[in-house]
Design a protein. Structure first.
Length: 211
């Protein structure tokens, strides 16, 4: 039996469990009463999943805020290079969400510092350093050869780790990309690209070797 207090006269009534969620009249004052429905009960697994979902929502919002803030402070960075720096933060961060927003912040700061340091440097022959543009051009070129370009996953790396200036306004980019083949399986493609960059930062991939 349920103890239901009448909101009109304050009397406590004994109501059978099967009347949950239904309306009736108080035996004392004839006022209308509603028997409360049973509270929902969830398993520990469901509660934990809900907590994870809320955490991921908060993390996604924080990631979006950091990306917008970073973009607003980089007005002169080419769109392709900006995409390279910021485009994959959400999906890749969620894969390791246990480290929280602190790890994401450190990772973004590391990449941004690498970007700014690269753009302010010069090549040995005194020409402007275009490693970021060369690396981005190589990644776009290799994606065109993939069975599923949309599944492409490039490694996190500063331009200095994959890109080398070889003279005559040319850069050598050596890296890899993971993507899905025709059967949906993930495969890794290694590549070396030679990228020509003119004085305005326009890139041309003159050679692309894969294995």
């Amino acid at each position: 039996m349920l103890d239901v207090v009448c909101t009109h006269c304050g009397k406590t009534l004994k109501i059978p469990e099967e009347y949950r969620g239904q309306k009736g009249k108080c035996n004392h004052c004839q006022g209308e009463i509603t028997v409360a429905v049973a509270p929902l009960k969830f398993s520990a697994e469901v509660i934990e999943a809900a907590d994870d979902f809320l955490f991921l929502q908060a993390l996604e919002a924080e990631t979006k805020r950091k990306r917008e803030k970073a973009a607003s402070t980089m007005p002169n960075l080419p769109a392709t290079a900006l995409k390279q720096v910021l485009s994959k933060t959400t999906a890749k961060t969620f894969a390791t969400a246990g480290c929280g927003c602190g790890c994401l912040g450190l990772l973004v700061i590391f990449i941004l510092v690498s970007v700014f340091a690269s753009r302010g440097s010069k090549n040995p022959d005194g020409t402007k350093d275009y490693k970021i543009e060369a690396m981005t051009a190589a990644q776009m070129a290799i994606e065109q050869r993939l069975k599923s370009p949309g599944s492409a996953k490039h490694p996190w790396a500063a331009p200095e780790e994959t890109t080398t200036y070889i003279g005559n306004n040319q850069y050598r980019v050596e890296s890899h990309v993971d993507s899905q083949n025709s059967f949906g399986a993930s495969v890794r493609t290694r590549y070396v690209a030679i990228v020509q960059v003119d004085g305005a930062g326009k890139t041309t991939v003159v050679k692309l070797t894969t294995w």
